[in-house]
Structure formats: structure tokens, C-alpha cells
Design a protein. Structure first.
Length: 325
């Protein structure tokens, strides 16, 4: 049996040459600083929900702006973060296209900012230009702001459509300025949620940002956390009519199948003029396929223009139609 070490021997093994124990000292915990002027009032789960919710907004806006500006437009959502309103103002260029937005019936105002790098491109495209020139280093004129208002209203309409998954919130322009500090939207220490979007119009790239007061998100806390699961809206009558009008012009292959089987030797022996017996009555129902999908059942009838098929069943539902011969 191996001899056991005494406590003195164990202590001697743990001593270093300097007479100090080799046991490492515990690392003191580093305190995490907390800024009481900017508390995290919106949870990470809610921020993720807002990100997913406005990702659909970015997809819809890409399509609408492409048609509205008559130029290939791509919009992608970037960061979704919370700041104080003062920090948000400090991050904005001066001058820029800055809008105060009312969020009825919620309390407080939001803000919408379009970077000059794409604001001038939008204005140029709407006035018939190519939208390729670099943005001038000046503020938008009154006429240019009036033109840009149409784009902002389009974006706000899509925001209302997106937010219907949360609640009936009306986004409307409350005011506008080229210098953000000149437009009173919120107190500098108020917490806001900032959603940044990357926008590419043709070869020009820029960004626009949406600022929402955190109090508005807090008042709809549960709906925000669950809203992105319901972002698939029902099609409007106009969208349905547009879809039907486009699909109505698509040609499809319709085939009435009369199937039978026989031996391979009989197939090889077939010659021109031979009659193939199908082994079924002319009164038996036939399958009608659209493409490769069974869609109708019908019966063969004779008509003035030859043999036709009268539809008697649609997708398994009995529906007799008046089939013209």
C-alpha cells in the first residue's frame, strides 16, 4: 500500500521557492458601469421583434420605390438600437431631410430622417433626371422638400401597413426641417428606438432612419413581442384583382387523358391505319390535367368543332357546368 502524505508534506508541496503558496488568487469581479440617464427600457426580445417586423417593411418598400422612382431600388434593415434622443440627434448629418412624425393614437412624436446622399437622388428621379449625380453640399430647397414629401408619405403608408400586425397606428407628417435641431420632437434625455435602413437606388447608396419613442413601444409591449408572427397581411381586393389580371394572361396546357395498357410486342407491331382498342366506353369519365396536376373530371361529347370534354367535377367537388359542344 502506498504511504499517505501528511498535512505538513502537502503544505510543503504547495509552497514555492519564495515561501508563498502557488494557489492562484481569485480574480476580482470588474463592476459593469450603468448609465442611469439611458436605461435599457426596451428588452432585447422586443428589439428582435421590431427587427423582424420591419424586415417585411423593407421588402415591400423596395418594390414600391422601384415603381415610384422608376429605378431599381433595394432596401434592407440594419441595426435596431435604443439611444437617448440627444444621442440620435448627434448622429445625424446637418443639413439633412428631417421629419417629425405623429403616431396616432400613441403619445409623443417620432422622427424620420433621409440622408442627403439618397434624398437628392430621389428628388432628381422624380423630376425626370437620371439620379446619378453626387449629392450637393447644401440643404434641400422648399421645392425639393415638397417633392420629397411624396416619397415620405409612401414610406409612412407602408409603415402603417406593417404596424397593423401590432395595432392601428397612423403615421403622419407633423413637421419638417433641414436642420434636425430646429425641430422639437422629444426631450434630449428621452429614450428612443432607432431603426436604420440601407437604401440603394441604381448606383447611389444611402440610408434613412426611423426614430420611435420607447414609451410608444412600452405601451404596446405584448403586441410588439408577438406582432412579427402576424406580419403576413391579407390580400386587398385591389391586389387580388391585379393578381388575377396578370395570371389570366398566362397560357397553360390542358390535357384530357385516355389511358390504357397492352404488351410491348403489340406496341411494336402497330402500323399506320391500325385501330387501338382502349378497353373503355366512350361514356366513361376522363381525367383532365392542367400541366401535370389533375384538376377536372369530365366526359367526352361530340360537337360542331369535333370532340370536346364536358367538365363535371372540379377538384373533387361536384360542379356540373354547361359545356358547349
Amino acid at each position: 500500500m502506498k504511504p499517505k502524505l501528511s498535512q505538513e508534506e502537502l503544505d510543503a508541496l504547495m509552497m514555492s521557492g519564495t515561501g508563498q503558496r502557488t494557489r492562484p488568487e481569485p480574480t476580482p469581479a470588474v463592476p459593469t458601469p450603468y448609465n442611469f440617464r439611458r436605461p435599457d427600457r426596451v428588452s432585447k426580445e422586443q428589439l428582435r421583434s421590431l427587427h423582424f417586423l420591419h424586415d417585411r417593411f423593407a421588402v415591400n418598400v423596395s418594390t414600391s420605390l422601384s415603381v415610384f422612382l422608376r429605378a431599381m431600388t433595394e432596401v434592407n434593415i440594419g441595426a435596431v438600437e435604443q439611444f437617448t434622443y440627444g444621442e440620435f440627434l448627434m448622429s445625424l448629418p446637418d443639413p439633412t431631410a428631417f421629419y417629425a412624425v405623429r403616431l396616432s393614437p400613441l403619445d409623443g412624436l417620432g422622427a424620420f430622417e433621409i440622408n442627403p446622399s439618397i434624398a437628392f437622388t430621389m428628388v432628381d428621379r422624380m423630376l425626370g433626371g437620371a439620379g446619378q449625380a453626387a449629392a450637393p453640399s447644401r440643404a434641400l430647397t422648399e421645392i425639393e422638400q415638397n417633392v420629397l414629401d411624396a416619397v415620405v408619405r409612401l414610406l409612412l403608408e407602408h409603415l402603417m401597413e406593417t404596424w397593423r400586425a401590432i395595432g392601428d397606428v397612423q403615421f403622419k407628417i407633423h413637421g419638417r426641417e433641414t436642420r434636425p435641431q430646429m425641430l422639437q420632437v422629444s426631450g434630449p434625455n428621452e429614450v428612443v428606438i432607432v431603426l436604420a435602413f440601407d437604401c440603394k437606388i441604381g448606383d447611389r447608396r444611402g440610408a434613412f432612419r426611423l426614430c420611435i419613442p420607447a414609451a410608444a413601444i412600452e405601451s404596446m409591449e405584448k403586441k410588439v413581442a408577438q406582432g412579427w408572427h402576424r406580419t403576413r397581411p391579407e390580400a386587398t381586393p385591389l391586389q387580388i384583382a391585379h393578381l388575377q389580371a396578370n395570371l389570366g394572361r398566362v397560357p397553360v396546357t390542358v390535357t384530357a387523358l385516355l389511358e390504357t395498357s397492352f404488351e410491348a410486342r403489340e406496341l411494336l407491331a402497330l402500323r399506320e391505319g391500325d385501330v387501338v382498342a382502349l378497353g373503355r366506353s366512350a361514356a366513361d369519365p376522363v381525367d383532365v390535367h392542367v400541366g401535370d396536376v389533375f384538376r377536372f373530371a369530365g366526359r367526352l361529347i361530340g360537337g360542331e368543332r369535333g370532340v370536346a370534354v364536358r367538365i363535371e367535377q372540379v377538384s373533387g367537388v361536384e360542379a356540373v357546368f354547361a359545356g358547349a359542344a
